[in-house]
Design a protein around this ligand. Sequence first.
Ligand SMILES: Nc1nc2c(ncn2[C@@H]2O[C@H](COP(=O)(O)OP(=O)(O)OP(=O)(O)O)[C@@H](O)[C@H]2O)c(=O)[nH]1
Ligand SMILES: [Mg+2]
Length: 318
Amino acid sequence: MDLNMANDTENKGFFEKLKAGIARTRKAFVKNIDEVLLGKRVIDQNLFEELEETLIMADVGPAFTYELIEKMKDQVKRKELGDAELLKKVLQDTIAETLRKSEAPLQIPQNGLFTIMVVGVNGTGKTTTIGKLAHNLKNNGMSVMLAAADTFRAAAIEQLEIWSKRVDVPLIKQKTGADPSAIVFDAILAAKSKGANVVIIDTAGRLHTKVNLMEELKKMKRIMGRELPGAPHETLLVLDATTGQNAVVQAKMFHDEIGVSGLILTKLDGTAKGGVIIGIARELNIPIRYIGIGEGLDDLKNFKSEEFVNALFEQDST
Ligand SMILES: Nc1nc2c(ncn2[C@@H]2O[C@H](COP(=O)(O)OP(=O)(O)OP(=O)(O)O)[C@@H](O)[C@H]2O)c(=O)[nH]1
Ligand SMILES: [Mg+2]
């Protein structure tokens, strides 16, 4: 089912919010690009160098930057581009095409139990995102359950409990230090017996070592698959946009280790590094499911590439 049932007014409201949220990225990116391109009469090596530097600074990543510049040079050589301002159109179209490939909203079947494991390094926004996602799914008529499998940090369970109360969905938990796989086991059992549609599992972002963390996540996946064929149905990796290129590195690492089926990019509000979404789309073959643009319940939204590109290139009203 389409999980985005927002009506037109809500969509408009969200678009304005998205625009406001990514204002700093727009300033750091589109405005700098404009400075490089607009009003230039000749397209020369100098211009390409300036453009390349601006793109790299905007966190879109080396692969995207290289390909784009090569494409532009090629078009200039073939005399398809004579005007620097036309380069902006090529840039915008290339971004749109890159982001489009990463657009694939999460589809949750109406029947049966769907399990979502949420992973990511500490502080990226896992627990907060789970609260927002539970709210979103509940509003779409699903019965949702949360599982507090981050048992490493004392405050982690409490934090998820606050969200579960706020959203009014049940929470499966044990004491700090308990085996996360035991919680996942309990949660699947409880969800089956209550006929819940979705279980969302919070996991630790940090253990004593990185190896420990990956081993623990793998074990949780194994236990889930044993208790419920196909589980986890979705492994969502939460990435923090403010970390720029680090987010790409983290995604590669998690994907290599445990396999990731979807991405969520948080904290797009208030960062100038939002261009990283383009690097993520270009360098990873993993759908971007949602984006986070704030700390509130309604600040998580399905990733829609066209909406994002429009918000990015929209002229700033200020
Ligand atoms: N501005 C903004 N802040 C966010 C967003 N998502 C999460 N945060 C904030 O980021 C901080 C960390 O969020 P958590 O949800 O605790 O992150 P976590 O990944 O669960 O962290 P650990 O449990 O330590 O691994 C909190 O202060 C959140 O309110 C977002 O989209 N925008
Ligand atoms: Mg957490």
